[in-house]
Design a protein around this ligand. Structure first.
Ligand code: NMX
Ligand code: MLT
Length: 435
C-alpha cells in the first residue's frame, strides 16, 4: 500500500464536497475582466486556471501550498545528515497540502525506487538516439514511449468510472516520477560519459539516486544541491508554459506520460526552462571576454552590446515576478555557504548588482531582476556537471513533481476539457465597435 495514496483517498471526498459547495454558492461571481492587450499579450494576468499546488505573488515569489521557499527549507523533512528539503517531502506537500512525517517521506523514497525499472525498448530507444539530438528531445521521446505501460490509458479504454480516474493517474504519475531518473541518467551517460548507468539504490532517496545515475553520488554536497534544486523547481503555479501545457493536454484525458511529454516540450523553449542552459552559455562567453575584470564599466559595456544587438539577457526578467526570485536567493545562499570563492559564482554575484541597473535603464523589461535560471548552472558546473545542454533535463525532472501533483487533482475534481474562446482581429474589432 502507498501511504500517499491512502492519504489522498481520505482527502479527495472532502475536497470534492468543498469545491462543489464553493461553486454552488459563488459559481457566477466575477473575478476580473479581459482587455484587448491581454488577448494579444499572452493572456498575462488573466485569471483563468485552477492550480492547487502553488500560488505566485509578484513581489514575494512562490508559495508551495502556502509555504515560502524558506519555510519549505525549514519545515520539510530533509535527509538524515542534510538540511535541504527532500523532493519527496515537496511532492507530498504539493499533493496533500500537508508537511509529511519522516516515515511518510521514507515510504515515498522506497516506492519511487521500486518503480524505477525501465522497459527494455525505452532503453533501446534512448540508446538509438543520435548524440546530436538535444537531451530535452530525448527525454520527451522516452517519456512519450512510457505510454506503452500506461495504466490510466488501459483503465480508460476498459471503461472504468470517472470517479476512479485519479487512482490510475496516480499510478502513472508515480511510475513517471520514478522512471524519469534512470531515463535522465541514461541520456546523460550516453551523451557525455561511458554509457554505463548505475542501478537505482532501493534504500536511498530520490536526490541521491539522481546523483548516482548521473555519476556524482560520491559528493554529498552535490546530492544536497540536487535535493534543493528538485524541490524548488517543482512548481510555479499553473500559468507557466510547462505547467499550463501539462494541464491542457491532460484535460483531453491524455495519460500522465503524454501530458508530461508535452509539458517538457514547452519547458525546452529558451524563454522558459532552456534559459538555464542559455545562462551558462552566456556566462562562459562573458567570462572569456572579460577575464578577471568584473568592473562595472566592463560588465555594463558587455551587457549593452547584447541589448543593442536586440538580444535578451538570459536569466533576467519574468512574466509575473517583479522582484528577485526567491528560488534564485535560495541558490545564492547555497553558493555563499559552499562556493563563495568560485570565480563563476563571483561573476553571477556581480551581475546581480549590475544587470538590474542596466535593464532598468534599457527600459523595456517589466522586471529587471534575476529568475531561477540565472543561478542554477553555476552551481552545477562547480560540482563538475558542466554539460549545460543537460541542465533543462534537471528542471524537467523537478517540474514533473508539480505537473503530476496537479494532474492527480484535475482527475480527482473531474475537471473538464480545457477550451477557452478565441477571436480573429476582425471579430475583435467588431465587438469593440459595438461595445
Ligand atoms: N533581456 C532583455 N530584454 C528583456 C528581458 C531580458 N532579460 N526580459 C524582457 N525583455 C524585453 C522583452 O523581450 C520585451 O521586449 P519587446 O517589447 O521588444 O517584445 C519587453 O522587455 C517586455 O517584456 P516583459 O513584459 O518584461 O516580459 P515577458 O513577460 O514578455 O517575458 C520572459 C518574460 C521571462 C520571457 C522575459 O523576461 C525574458 O525573455 N527573459 C530572459 C529569458 C529567461 O530568463 N527566461 C526564463 C524565465 C524563467 N523560467 O524558467 O521560465
Ligand atoms: C517557472 O518556474 O515556470 C518560471 O519561473 C516561468 C513562469 O513562472 O512563468
Amino acid at each position: 500500500a502507498s501511504p500517499l495514496k491512502e492519504r489522498l483517498a481520505q482527502l479527495i471526498p472532502k475536497r470534492r464536497e468543498e469545491v462543489k459547495k464553493f461553486r454552488a454558492e459563488h459559481g457566477s461571481d466575477v473575478l476580473g475582466e479581459v482587455t484587448l492587450n491581454q488577448i494579444y499579450g499572452g493572456a498575462r494576468g488573466v485569471p483563468a486556471l485552477l492550480w492547487e499546488g502553488s500560488v505566485l505573488d509578484p513581489n514575494e515569489g512562490i508559495r508551495f501550498r502556502n509555504l515560502t521557499v524558506k519555510e519549505c527549507q525549514e519545515k520539510l523533512p530533509s535527509a538524515t545528515h542534510g538540511k535541504q528539503p527532500l523532493p519527496e517531502s515537496m511532492f507530498w506537500l504539493l499533493v496533500t497540502g500537508e508537511v509529511p512525517t519522516a516515515n511518510e517521506v521514507q515510504a515515498l523514497s522506497a516506492e519511487w525506487a521500486a518503480r524505477a525499472q525501465l522497459p527494455k525498448f525505452v532503453e533501446d530507444l534512448i540508446d538509438n538516439c543520435p548524440n546530436t539530438l538535444h537531451p530535452m528531445a530525448q527525454l520527451s521521446l522516452a517519456i512519450t514511449a512510457l505510454e506503452n505501460d500506461s495504466v490510466f490509458s488501459k483503465a480508460y479504454h476498459s471503461g472504468v468510472s470517472k470517479a476512479d480516474y485519479w487512482q490510475f493517474t496516480y499510478e502513472d504519475s508515480m511510475d513517471l516520477i520514478a522512471k524519469i531518473v534512470p531515463i535522465a541518467g541514461r541520456i546523460y551517460r550516453n551523451l557525455y560519459r561511458d554509457g554505463v548507468v548505475a542501478p537505482i539504490q532501493p534504500d536511498k532517496d530520490y536526490g541521491y539516486n539522481l546523483a548516482n545515475v548521473l555519476g556524482f553520488s560520491n559528493n554529498e554536497e552535490f546530492v544536497e544541491l540536487l535535493r534543493l534544486y528538485l524541490s524548488i523547481h517543482s512548481d510555479h503555479e499553473g500559468g507557466n508554459v510547462s505547467a499550463h501545457t501539462g494541464h491542457l493536454v491532460g484535460s483531453a484525458l491524455s495519460s500522465p506520460f503524454l501530458s508530461m511529454a508535452a509539458s517538457l516540450n514547452g519547458l525546452a523553449g529558451p524563454l522558459h526552462g532552456l534559459a538555464n542552459q542559455e545562462v551558462l552559455d552566456f556566462l562562459l562567453k562573458m567570462k572569456e571576454s572579460v577575464g578577471d575584470d568584473y568592473s562595472d564599466e566592463t560588465l555594463e559595456k558587455y551587457l549593452w552590446n547584447i541589448l543593442d544587438n536586440g538580444q535578451i539577457v538570459p536569466g533576467y526578467g519574468h512574466a509575473v515576478l517583479r522582484k528577485t526570485d526567491p528560488r534564485y536567493l535560495a541558490q545564492r545562499d547555497f553558493a555563499l555557504e559552499h562556493l563563495p570563492e568560485d570565480p563563476m559564482f563571483k561573476l553571477v554575484s556581480r551581475l546581480y548588482e549590475v544587470v538590474p541597473r542596466v535593464l532598468t535603464k534599457h527600459g523595456k523589461t517589466k522586471n529587471p531582476f534575476p529568475n531561477v535560471d540565472s543561478h542554477s548552472g553555476v552551481l552545477l558546473q562547480y560540482y563538475g556537471l558542466k554539460e549545460q545542454t543537460f541542465y533543462t533535463v534537471l528542471f524537467g525532472i523537478s517540474r514533473t513533481l508539480g505537473v503530476m501533483a496537479q494532474l492527480i487533482w484535475d482527475r480527482a475534481l473531474g475537471l473538464p476539457i480545457e477550451r477557452p474562446k478565441s477571436f480573429s482581429t476582425e471579430v475583435l474589432k467588431k465587438r469593440i465597435e459595438k461595445a
